[in-house]
Design a protein around this ligand. Structure first.
Ligand SMILES: Cc1cc2nc3c(=O)[nH]c(=O)nc-3n(C[C@H](O)[C@H](O)[C@H](O)COP(=O)(O)OP(=O)(O)OC[C@H]3O[C@@H](n4cnc5c(N)ncnc54)[C@H](O)[C@@H]3O)c2cc1C
Length: 626
């Protein structure tokens, strides 16, 4: 049987409500198109994890005409051959396909264990990477599988390979594990592997709520809107509390924001996260647009050049530091950069071909509108939350002497006020004021056809205006318009592209600008996860500190958190690229589903990381400092 036929039979016969199916190998693009069709017909929510080695087969498949045809009808199915998990959500979020690219076993080791959302069926496709078939791989597969999981093997594989796969699947207890038999060795081994990984996850805990009750979200910007959409796709009801008179009036209210990944020369964990997150943002954006939501955006690429000797060296270091997939980033010559920009640039640099700009306000509105189509979303504007109070029944939100709630689950996604609550006040995140200037387009400027990024950025026109900026001022006293920052924004662009006639056309004299605050973490990663209970951490720290035993304690005990209280923020200057995947991961976490991010990314984003990194090394921790 082909993979498509196997999936069809699984969906037709079994109770597949919220099922997770995993496939080793991707035979052809038709597997994806068939999945879209079968899931739509079956009406059950479905998660499919497809594991593919990055090899010639997958590169050709992604570049194939069939893939391009699929992209034409479903632009949100853009796939890029980079290592890690790329999540694609189709059929209004009812079909999730996670493409895990890279070495199968390494990918499986990086997937966080969920105790409730386990794989129900494995399929070995004809395109399975034969070099990866090992007993250790099958144990990793079993670790993520439920007790009655089966393993189906494509009959397009040579008979001896089919037999080998069958033997391995029997060995780890697929196809007929009897969970009532407590002496069942494969079952015990599987549980031991799961317990081992759960204990490794302890410092950066994952907490599910698994309740159908309404979830309260404090916010109104891109963090809140993306989270509400991801929750609505899981049929969760949400209540949004926003202090402004409309949504997306704070940092997410700019006319245009650039979308491009933050890359480092060594492609460290942050750089890897950004690539996955950026691809997910592009996916969300094209998917919402495809569903007829009005969003101003243009994926016209982003051109990143240096503006002085140091930054030119940095750009070169990034380009040459890693073998980037061309769809993520590639080097451009001075001549090419002018061609791409449509105006004279004459600088070598990096081009991010899939990036571009979006109107963040439109993206917020579209996300919330889409969420309202899928589930109940109530929006409470002009409602400033001033405190959070815990009771036995859940969390109360205090607003203007009213106590709203109780809510079992509350998410703090309130941008610049992230640290205003007693429970969040110690988080290490700092506000940086930024002013974006607006300049009317002129004949030469109107030719700009890609986002420019050097010492500051400038966007192609939208509604006859270009955006340029942005200033970057720590802990600013106010958010008033600043004539000085307006001029600084102009000078930054002019100094980035010296002696170009087009930059004399930039006119900022109308004082048109917008001021906002980005919340920046020291490591530039967003914060996503349960709110750490710092008081409880410090109480444990009194007993467990600065010794090899204390390291072991923190490595194997769940770090304390405020149950039912989560946060999503610290999105910094690239929230449009980094925030949407973090929101999707948080929604999956709250609902007890497998998150679309690796355990390394969970540690990277966890709000407790500044303390845990030190505790895990047996170092001293000062409350409130890094
Ligand atoms: C000048 C500037 C330029 C930028 N350019 C880019 C760019 O080009 N590309 C990019 O990716 N990113 C850019 N960013 C960053 C990006 O805008 C942010 O990362 C993102 O908008 C943050 O979204 P958020 O939802 O966390 O916060 P916000 O958008 O600030 O939303 C916070 C929400 O919380 C609400 N709120 C706050 N406190 C309370 C409370 N106590 N009770 C109730 N509601 C509350 C507010 O009303 C608001 O709606 C820029 C930011 C700035 C400031």
């Amino acid at each position: 049987m082909t993979v498509s036929k196997i999936i069809q039979s699984i969906l037709a016969i079994k109770n597949t409500k919220d099922a997770v199916i995993a496939i080793l190998g991707l035979d052809s693009v038709s597997t994806i198109t068939d999945l879209i069709e079968y899931q739509s017909a079956s009406k059950s929510r479905l998660t499919v994890k497809i594991f593919c080695a990055i090899d010639e087969h997958i590169e050709q498949l992604f570049a194939s005409q069939a893939c391009r045809d699929l992209l034409q009808t479903r632009p949100e199915t853009q796939l890029v051959a980079i290592e890690g998990c790329q999540r694609v959500k189709l059929n209004q979020g009812a079909l999730i396909i996670d493409f895990h690219l890279g070495h199968y076993e390494q990918q499986l080791r990086q997937i966080p264990v969920s105790s409730t959302h386990l794989i129900a069926h494995w399929i070995c496709a004809a395109a399975i990477n034969l070099h990866s078939i090992e007993e250790t791989l099958f144990w990793q597969m079993a670790k993520h599988s439920n007790d009655s999981c089966d393993c189906l093997i494509s009959d397009k594989l040579p008979v001896d390979i089919q037999q080998e796969l069958y033997k391995l699947s029997q060995l780890v207890g697929f196809n007929g594990l009897n969970s009532s038999n407590t002496d069942n060795v494969p079952l015990m081994e599987r549980q031991a592997l799961r317990a081992q990984q759960l204990s490794q996850q302890a410092p950066y805990p994952i907490h599910a709520v698994n309740s159908a009750d309404e979830i309260a979200v404090i916010g109104g910007g891109i963090a809140c809107a993306s989270l509400v959409l991801s929750l609505a796709e899981r049929k969760q009801k949400t209540a949004v509390f926003c202090e402004d008179s409309d949504l997306a009036q704070a940092a997410s209210g700019n006319r245009q924001g650039a979308i491009y990944p933050l890359l480092t020369p060594d492609n460290n964990t942050l750089s890897q996260y950004f690539q996955q997150a950026y691809l997910f943002s592009l996916h969300r954006l094209t998917s919402l647009s495809n569903q007829n939501h009005a969003i101003d955006f243009d994926l016209c690429g982003v051109l990143h050049t240096g503006h002085d000797e140091r930054s030119r060296k940095r750009v070169l270091k990034i380009v040459n530091g890693h073998h980037w997939c061309v769809n993520i980033a590639h080097a451009v010559t001075a001549q090419q950069s002018s061609g791409l920009a449509g105006i004279d640039i004459d600088e070598t640099g990096i081009f991010y071909p899939l990036g571009g700009w979006v109107a963040p306000q439109d993206l917020c509105r579209a996300s919330l509108e889409q969420a309202s189509r899928l589930s109940d979303v109530s929006i409470h504007l002009n409602t400033q939350i001033t405190a959070l109070e815990k009771s036995d029944a859940g969390w109360f939100l205090v607003s203007n002497k009213q106590r709203l709630g109780p809510y079992k689950t509350v998410v703090v996604a309130n941008g610049k006020s992230l640290t205003r609550f007693e429970q969040t006040k110690h988080l290490q995140v700092t506000g940086f004021r930024g002013q974006v200037s607006h300049a009317p387009t002129r004949a030469k400027l109107s030719k700009l056809s890609t986002v420019l990024c050097a010492n500051g950025y400038m966007t192609p026109m939208n509604d006859a205006l270009h955006c340029l900026g942005a200033s970057y001022i720590k802990d600013a006293a106010n958010l008033d318009y600043s004539p000085q920052e307006q001029v600084d924004n102009l000078h930054k662009i002019q100094q980035s592209y010296l002696n170009k006639d087009w930059n004399r056309d930039i006119d900022i004299s109308k004082h048109s600008a917008r001021v906002g605050v980005r919340m920046v973490t020291r490591d530039h990663a967003p914060m996503m996860g349960p709110v750490p209970d710092l008081e409880a951490i410090m109480a444990l720290y009194d007993k467990h500190q600065l010794t090899p035993e204390s390291r072991k304690f923190w490595q194997s005990n769940a770090a304390p958190v405020h149950n039912g209280l989560y946060l999503l923020g610290g999105l910094g200057s690239r929230g449009l690229s980094s925030g949407l995947l973090a929101a999707e991961a948080l929604a999956a976490q709250i609902c007890g589903e497998v998150m679309p991010i690796s355990t390394d990314f969970i540690a990277l984003l966890n709000p407790n990381r500044m303390w845990m990194r030190k505790l895990l090394k047996g170092k001293s921790v000062e409350s409130g400092s890094e």
